[in-house]
Design a binder for this molecule. Structure first.
Ligand code: RET
Length: 133
């Protein structure tokens, strides 16, 4: 399976604002967050992951093992609780975030050396690309 280890800098971020609105994130937070160029720091050991999203405004850390459902507290994002499950779908890491919001989750994959992240909630899809530092 793919090696996601490393530090990755954001190079593009499409539709993030609408994704945040779908999560009911307030207007001032959306305006600030939409200007950020976060960094992803990923520590992967086999199927165990720690993913840190670092920015000048706020950080977010999530830890999971592929195939093991976990309680996710999206503190600092939309402040909800989800039952999240990450699985491998070929070489992609696919997360379903079960909770109050319908159709919520994300997909991570590496393509041409770049880290791709697609985030979805309700009818909104945000597409981000990160480049290895
Ligand atoms: C920031 C800044 C504060 C507001 C919002 C943020 C969004 C973070 C997101 C992180 C997703 C992490 C994932 C990790 C997977 O392993 C940048 C912290 C809304 C959406 C999908």
């Amino acid at each position: 399976s793919t090696d996601f280890n490393g530090t990755w800098n954001m190079v593009s971020n499409d539709n993030f604002e609408a994704y945040m609105a779908a999560l009911d994130i307030d207007f001032p937070t959306r305006k600030i967050a939409n200007l950020l160029k976060p960094q992803k720091v990923i520590e992967q050991k086999g199927d165990s992951f720690i993913v840190k999203t670092l920015s000048t405004f706020r950080n977010y850390r999530v830890q999971f093992t592929v195939g093991e459902e976990f309680e996710e507290d999206t503190k600092g994002l939309d402040n909800r609780k989800c039952k999240s499950l990450v699985t491998w779908v070929s070489n992609k890491l696919v997360c379903v975030q079960k909770g109050e919001k319908e159709n919520r989750g994300w997909t991570h994959w590496v393509e041409d050396g770049d880290l791709h992240l697609e985030l979805h909630c309700s009818d909104q899809v945000c597409k981000q690309v990160y480049r290895k530092v």
